[in-house]
Ligand binder design. Structure first.
Ligand code: PMP
Length: 354
């Protein structure tokens, strides 16, 4: 840190993204990307826009927002497009949290929430998950703080029913409730159907997982027109051209192929069931996942050991160091071929060290 770096960041610990190694070809099951490449139509749409890269993109991607709003069943004024859903989450911490509206989120959840809060100097509190890693809904009803809940939660994959989400939103009318639906398409129910009923609900979604666009960076906020207007105030105060031309075109093209999206989600759900039952057969315990990853613990091999042994054999999974979850690894649900390689390597490790 130089002497120029503001002292307000003295204790800021940045988010550690999952490894994106260049040293070797890995079976990459560590960052919850889709194993399915974008379709030819999506690639062609992005390529057409590449020829116009000398021009700024539309600050308000109207066609994209209209298509997305239609697919979700809300008005275009109820959505905002962002540079990945990390950007909308960042805007939400900046817009809706302060000394009188501290943030609150579970102790085990998406690690970026804490980083956003610290980077923006926002006070926050964490509430422990129950021992089985479920969220105790009563902890959040009438909590009187700006609530951030990932549904399904990460890295556990456990989802809350929509009725529980509604209870939290309805009981906190004086605060915004942010429901981060990065993984909603793999088995949970979206709260986007509630945004016209509650003016304090912000739902965030991403095209990084179920829509095969992690590399393009596209996320959305869905909320009442008032909240979207607030979020736009922040966007126009930071980076008006936040979604680039190629991403806008690719996102619109993805929305033109809903059947591809539905098939890919269905395949991931099938693969998750295959991966889960295979891991259980190999002695793992898993949390019940509604996401495109599983959270798994082996009775005899520690989480960090498993991560390292798999990496040495060309398979990347994610290990988190937190006390309550250090025995687990988070494993992305990949293609059948990727899963079979993973299972093969786990058997190899078991034979070598047990
Ligand atoms: N929320 C959760 C729970 C996530 O796991 C992620 C992905 N790391 C994000 C949001 C952000 O994803 P993106 O910025 O790619 O949309």
């Amino acid at each position: 840190m130089t002497r120029f770096f503001s002292s307000k960041y003295d204790r800021l610990v940045p988010y550690t993204p999952g490894e994106q190694p260049k040293d070797a070809e890995y079976v990459k099951l560590n960052t919850n990307e889709s194993p399915f490449a974008p379709t030819e139509k999506v690639v062609a749409a992005a390529a057409r826009e590449a020829a116009r890269l000398h021009l700024y993109p539309a600050p308000e991607p109207k066609a994209l927002c209209e298509k997305f709003a239609l697919s979700v069943g809300v008005k275009p004024e109820q959505v905002i497009a962002t540079n990945g859903s990390d950007e909308i989450l960042n805007f939400a911490f900046a817009a809706f949290c302060d000394g009188s509206h501290p943030a609150v989120f579970p102790d085990i959840t998406y690690g970026f929430y804490e980083v956003f809060a610290n980077a923006l100097c926002v006070p926050y509190e964490t509430i422990p998950l129950r021992d089985d890693f479920t969220i105790s809904v009563d902890d959040y009803t009438g909590v009187g703080k700006t609530v951030f809940i990932a549904n399904p939660n990460a890295p556990t994959g456990i989802a809350l029913p929509l009725s529980d989400i509604e209870r939290i939103v309805a009981s906190n009318p004086g605060n915004v409730v942010v429901i981060d639906e990065a993984y909603v398409d793999f088995g949970a129910r979206s709260a986007s159907s509630l945004v016209s009923k509650y003016d304090n609900l912000l739902v965030t979604q991403t095209f990084s997982k179920s829509r095969s666009m992690a590399g393009a960076r596209l996320g959305f906020g869905i909320a009442s027109e008032g909240l979207i207007a607030d979020l736009n105030t922040l966007k126009y105060s930071t980076n008006p051209y936040n979604v680039n031309r190629m991403t806008q075109a690719a996102g619109a093209a993805v929305l033109d192929e809903p059947e591809v999206f539905a098939k890919n989600c269905g395949d991931i759900i099938k693969n998750r069931e295959y991966l889960s039952s295979s891991l259980e057969g190999l002695g793992f315990t898993l949390t019940p996942s509604s996401a495109n990853f599983v959270f798994a613990k082996h009775g005899a091999i520690g989480g960090e050991r498993l991560y390292k042994e798999l990496k040495a054999r060309g398979v990347l999974v994610r290990h988190f160091g937190g006390e309550r979850i250090k025995d687990f690894c988070r494993i992305t649900v990949g293609s059948r071929r990727q899963i079979d390689v993973l299972l093969e390597k786990i058997k190899e490790i078991q034979e070598a060290i047990l």
